[in-house]
Design a protein around this ligand. Structure first.
Ligand code: SAM
Length: 242
């Protein structure tokens, strides 16, 4: 990618705007102000964003922008920005671009020298990490592991990872992912953060082995972040890693 030398002065602004991951109060005053004042909101799920807008009495026009239409609608959004309009891209939850399709639009906007302003706010990875009790000074965000192609390679890459590992997972793949992590990484500390900021928020503190053998205390419903301990010197010295 070329180095961006200067923004196009005539362009409008693309706001990458973070929204709550569950609790509607987890949104900044600045984000609400921008949502109320942009020309259009490009929303991953217009129903979810509609509820947020309704809660705050905001009636800005929305347009769908998601994984299945991103290639088709990005040129249209860029044209609007080039005409001087302002657009806020929001995802279903949290920070757009973190494990969701906003990356595609932002990359195109950078290449077209559109002015970009990120509006920070909620994302699922940080609250899970900071409550895990595992080292936070260095960590890697792995997002979702691939369901099929490339899964083994990605798991293999994690085996020697010394930093704390943060993963996203859906409820129907949680058991499989925990089993695969245990098989490849051996026993490690594991924290499962479920339904963050919501009514049934729950943290499970244990290990990959314990979770692989029985995960009865955690209902397999809702949304999950997994935090796995990195490879420590102690583990390295043990037989499995020698
Ligand atoms: N952009 C979002 C962010 O900033 O975190 C992530 C979008 S990704 C499509 C959705 C995944 O994020 C879920 O499958 C889950 O792993 C995680 N997630 C989102 N909200 C969550 C919550 N309230 N509690 C736990 N995990 C959550």
């Amino acid at each position: 990618m070329d180095v961006r030398l200067a923004e196009n002065d005539q362009s409008g602004t693309l706001y990458i705007l973070s929204t709550p991951i569950g609790n509607l109060k987890d949104i900044t005053l600045r984000a609400l102000d921008i949502l109320a004042n942009v020309d259009v909101i490009a929303a991953e799920d217009t129903r979810t964003t509609g509820k947020l807008l309704g809660h705050y009495h905001i009636n800005t026009t929305m347009m769908p922008y998601h994984d299945h239409n991103k290639e088709r609608v990005t040129p249209q959004i860029l044209a609007q920005l080039q005409e001087g309009e302002s657009v806020a891209v929001v995802s279903d939850a949290g920070t757009p671009g973190i494990a969701d399709p906003a990356f595609y639009l932002v990359r195109e906007a950078v290449q077209n020298r559109i002015r970009i302003i990120p509006i920070p706010g909620a994302a699922a990875l940080l609250p899970a990490l900071v409550a895990s009790g595992l080292p936070t000074d260095r960590f890697v965000f792995e997002g979702f592991l691939p369901a099929r192609k490339g899964r083994k390679t990605r798991l293999g890459e994690l085996e020697q990872q010394v930093r704390t590992i943060v993963l996203y997972e859906s409820p129907h793949r949680l058991n499989r992912t925990i089993n695969d992590l245990f098989e490849v990484l051996g026993d490690r500390p594991l924290v499962i953060a479920r339904e963050l900021t919501k009514k049934f928020e729950q943290f499970w503190y244990g290990s990959l082995e314990k979770a692989a053998n029985s995960l009865d205390e955690i209902p397999l419903k809702g949304e999950f972040v997994l935090i796995v301990g990195g490879l420590t010197k102690k583990l390295k010295r043990s037989k499995k890693y020698s």
